[in-house]
Design a protein around this ligand. Structure first.
Ligand SMILES: Nc1ncnc2c1ncn2[C@@H]1O[C@H](COP(=O)(O)OP(=O)(O)OP(=O)(O)O)[C@@H](O)[C@H]1O
Length: 584
């Protein structure tokens, strides 16, 4: 599909509106030829012919036509405005849904500010086209043609003289439209880039301040701003160049009429009234010419915006739910990784991952930073697809499962905690908005968050996220944990969820997690051995591979990477552990 066909797929729903609007525009354009004709009649019949009885009826006609034009204009503007707003609503909705369908790989590459500018500036260019440019262009062409036909009925030689400007108009329109497109593309690209820069800077303003990099960022901003200004000026230069050409052409028409029309009146080839009539049609010829430069500009802007939105819209996500995805409303939580590898950007991220987890078991994942711990969980949630091997949940490959139901069974507290601009209650209940306040509170108690939330002046009604109070890292982690717990998932993933809480809080959270263990398979990614040592299975990762797996005791006994980490974190291996191991 081409970008224009895609645009038309939205427009065709409002074909009725557009046809009605264009019909009304035709009526106005046709009515516009009446008044100059009546003006001519007033000169010839009333003034020169001294037929004063005709004055009132003719002036009455002038007034009726003017009122009808005004009323019709009101209606067609309503019709076009309604169509444009509805079309835009549909387009925004479709593009937004597509954005939600996109996978992690898409968002890894895109800048938020860039995506935002598609939904704002580019959409506005499309609305302007449907609401204004379509009918003004149509009306301009019609008025020009009608006026020309009327001048032909008055005098053929005079009309042919007026036609002389047409080839020049066509040439100027063609050349401007050729120049406008690349300039607008550059303009929109610079606007997106500036938008993305500002968005990143506002989001990262704490880092900017912490590193006292305000001046550095202002310099960067100035460069972006300069680029955008230059692109804007380049685009403006095009209309600055062509608009005067169209203006001159329109004045040429006036000069032609005064010179040649006046000559014809003197030669008695046409009457004074006919000259007044043709003069009345002159603005119907002039106006479209004056508008031409602006309209070509608007059309160029519209085409560029459609292309930009479509380029984003048409990117198909690599991870998609299969057409006949297997729907499992409630998963038991049995998980098997079979020879799983994942490669991205020509780099092996994880390799030969093999492990099995029974429903209700707890799995601890530990390993050096960047060793692939989160990636394994991303593959389980099917945020990415494995390059080879299979991830089986309850015996079914995740690639064959309905994505919505797979993820609906998973509760995840991610490493980067994101809270929405909402109340704390709203954030915790995000996965189950219909749950009761008691359930929200129970989840908060389990995550050891209830006491600090209750101590806030507005308690659970406190607004957090972008426009709310600042919470500490550990507090955010606990809200995120409560959010995951409230979902009562079959699979719970805690990715570094307790890294920012003290040992006492962590041990409380662990004791709470033990209460849900039987109904839920739990994955805990952590650096602290204390977070995972009670797990049924511990996976030790290094450089994208599982280098050791087993229980705490067996791994300590094996004396490998895990045992070293244990010794490093706890000093010498405590006696109880050694005794426990001897007994086994
Ligand atoms: N989709 C991807 N595209 C490119 N690189 C990726 C992708 N996913 C992961 N990586 C890279 O793979 C490596 C492992 O990432 P991962 O987040 O799994 O590590 P981790 O063990 O969880 O690290 P940490 O403990 O620091 O959170 C990193 O270098 C990361 O940048």
């Amino acid at each position: 599909m081409t970008p224009m066909k895609w645009f038309y797929s939205f427009l065709k729903k409002y074909r009725g509106h557009m046809i009605l609007g264009l019909l009304l525009t035709t009526v106005i354009s046709a009515l516009s030829i009446i008044n100059p004709y009546i003006s001519g009649q007033i000169v010839d019949q009333v003034i020169k012919g001294e037929n004063y009885d005709k004055l009132l009826p003719l002036v009455g006609c002038l007034m009726v036509v003017t009122v009808v034009i005004g009323v019709t204009r009101f209606f067609y503007q309503v019709v076009f405005e309604t169509a444009s707003q509805r079309l835009l609503y549909d387009m925004r909705d479709k593009v937004y849904r597509k954005l939600l369908e996109e996978d992690f790989s898409f968002y890894n590459k895109k800048r938020t500010g860039d995506l935002m500018s598609r939904q704002t500036g580019d959409m506005e260019a499309i609305r302007h086209f449907v609401a204004y440019v379509v009918y003004v262009s149509y009306q301009s062409i019609l008025m020009f043609l009608f006026a020309l036909i009327m001048i032909f009925t008055v005098n053929t030689k005079l009309a042919l003289c007026m036609i002389l400007v047409l080839p020049f108009t066509a040439l100027a329109t063609y050349r401007q439209s050729k120049e406008v497109h690349p300039a607008f593309k550059r303009n929109r690209d610079c606007f997106s880039s500036l938008n993305a820069f500002v968005q990143e800077n506002i989001s990262g303003n704490r880092v900017v301040k912490a590193f006292a990099k305000e001046e550095f960022e202002i310099d960067k901003f100035t460069r972006e701003n300069d680029k955008f200004r230059a692109a804007q000026i380049d685009a403006s230069k095009i209309w600055m160049k062509y608009v005067p050409v169209f203006e001159v052409l329109s004045y040429v028409l006036t000069i032609l009429l005064i010179f040649y029309g006046g000559h014809m009146v003197i030669q008695n080839e046409i009457t004074m009234g006919q000259l007044v009539t043709v003069n009345g049609y002159l603005w119907m010829l002039n106006n479209p010419l004056r508008m031409a430069g602006w309209l070509v500009n608007d059309v160029g802007n519209f085409v560029t915006s459609v292309e930009k939105i479509y380029a984003t819209y048409s990117e198909e996500p690599q991870v998609k739910t299969p057409a006949t995805g297997i729907i499992k409303k409630h998963l038991k939580g049995e998980i098997v990784f079979q020879n799983v590898s994942y490669r991205a950007d020509d780099e092996d991220i994880v390799m030969d991952i093999n492990f099995k987890v029974k429903p209700g078991q707890t799995v601890g994942i530990i390993g050096s930073t960047g060793s692939g711990k989160s990636t394994i969980m991303n593959l389980l949630c099917r945020f990415y697809d494995t390059t080879s091997g299979q991830v089986l949940v309850d015996g079914t490959d995740v690639k064959d499962m309905d994505l919505y139901h797979l993820r609906d069974n998973i509760g995840m507290a991610m490493q980067d905690v994101f809270l929405f601009s909402d109340t704390i209650e709203g954030n915790i209940a995000y996965g189950r908005p219909d749950c009761s306040f008691e359930e929200v509170k129970k989840a908060a108690v389990m995550a050891d968050a209830n006491h600090f939330i209750s101590a806030l002046p507005d308690g659970y009604d406190t607004i957090v996220g972008e426009r709310g109070v600042g919470l500490s890292g550990g507090q955010k982690q606990r809200i995120s944990l409560a959010r995951a717990l409230l979902k009562k998932p079959s699979i719970l993933i805690l990715d570094d969820t307790t890294s920012a809480v003290d040992m006492e809080t962590e041990s409380y959270i662990q004791s709470q997690l033990k209460k849900i263990e039987k109904n839920c398979t739990i994955f805990v990614i952590a650096y602290r051995i204390s977070s995972i040592k009670d797990a049924d299975l511990i996976l030790v990762m290094n450089n994208g591979r599982i280098i050791e797996q087993g229980t705490h005791e067996s791994l300590v006994a094996a004396g490998g990477y895990y045992a070293t980490a244990f010794r490093n974190q706890y000093g010498e291996v405590p006696n109880e552990v050694l005794v426990g191991m001897e007994e086994k």
